[in-house]
Design a protein around this ligand. Structure first.
Ligand code: ZN
Length: 330
């Protein structure tokens, strides 16, 4: 994921919404808060799935760790989903390297028209280019939070959906080659498209022709301690209703300390090609911080993005919110 603001998003339309503040609204909110019940989501299993991915080593395309982790993800999802499709493709990185890549798509009720898309990236960054020690800048990272956390949550959601099948169709897409963007010291203004290569490929070559979903939720960096999920600018541009709904449910479930109402700048992440190429309103649940120079959690793109950064309470909050959305869709 890259913090550069996509050019098209600079022209975001500002919509002024009237302030509604009557008593009937307040009562309604209170009723929702007591009526909402947390779904079953086993955080120990989600944590295990994060740990397992990290145990293979950095999942950098063309590496053996990458191949081994792909096998694990595919075999695990085959246990839970109705169908698993693997998109094998080769794609050129910013440096000319040919990345042998795989998007992994697990579907529940694949023939159902009404669908929800859940996504995360499963590759990890080849460069610790934000490491405090510059001699580490070309080393690959564990990506426990940046990558594996979102995938771990989605694997546990898949397991839960195999126990209690969803009423709607669900597609879990694990995108490859998200984090192979040009390293900081080589970056040029034209490098925006060097990120999110797997999502770009899928958006132009969907796994089923004319693929549609009602909406999508992308998870990225969803496992660090004291995470703060703000309303990301591109999500607010393309899918403000989905952001509003997810944040309201998160707060009603008691996770308002994580899901904050503050709006932050637009990011380049896998939700951009889904929104722009497939016109599926898709939001990004991503950890933004006001306390760091990068605007991300402190170990972003460093060698410290390892299992020590992963916090079960954060995984649990995000997992429950996303599973709640899926289970209460009708
Ligand atoms: Zn990243």
């Amino acid at each position: 994921m890259n913090k550069t603001v996509k050019k098209i998003l600079i022209t975001l339309t500002v919509v002024i919404v009237g302030c509604v503040n009557d008593e009937s609204k307040k009562t309604e909110t209170l009723v929702v808060q007591t009526a909402i019940q947390s779904p079953d989501f086993d955080v120990d299993t989600a944590y295990y799935f994060v740990e397992k991915q990290v145990s293979f080593g950095p999942r950098v395309p063309n590496s053996s760790s990458h191949r081994q982790c792909a096998d694990f993800l595919i075999n695990t999802l085959k246990n839970y989903a109705d169908t698993v499709i693997v998109q094998n493709f080769e794609i050129r990185a910013y440096n000319g390297a040919n990345l042998r890549s795989k998007n992994i798509i697990a579907s529940f009720k694949p023939n159902m028209q009404k669908r929800i898309l859940l996504a995360a990236h499963w590759d990890s960054r080849p460069y610790a280019d934000h490491d405090p020690d510059p001699t580490n800048s070309r080393k690959p990272i564990d990506g426990a939070n940046d990558g594996a956390s979102g995938v771990g949550i989605l694997l546990e959601i898949a397991r839960q959906l195999s126990i209690n099948e969803p009423v709607v169709g669900v597609d879990i897409i694990l995108f490859d080659a998200e984090d192979y963007g040009a390293p900081e010291e080589e970056r040029r203004a034209s490098d925006e498209n060097t990120w999110c290569l797997g999502a770009q490929f899928w958006a132009t070559h969907p796994h089923t022709p004319n693929y549609r979903a009602k909406y999508g939720i992308l998870l990225d960096m969803v496992g660090a301690k004291n995470a703060t999920f703000t309303k990301e600018g591109a999500s607010m541009h393309f899918a403000p209703d989905i952001v509003g709904n997810v944040w309201a449910k998160a707060q009603a479930l008691g996770f308002g300390n994580y899901f904050q109402n503050q709006e932050t700048s637009a990011l380049i992440d896998d939700h951009i090609p889904i929104n722009t190429h497939r016109n599926i309103p898709t939001i990004d649940i991503i950890d933004r911080r006001t306390t760091t120079v990068s605007g991300f959690y402190e170990h972003w793109h460093t060698l410290q993005d390892n299992m020590e950064t992963i916090d079960k309470q954060t995984l649990s909050a995000v997992g429950k919110v996303v599973l709640y959305m899926v289970k209460n869709e009708n």
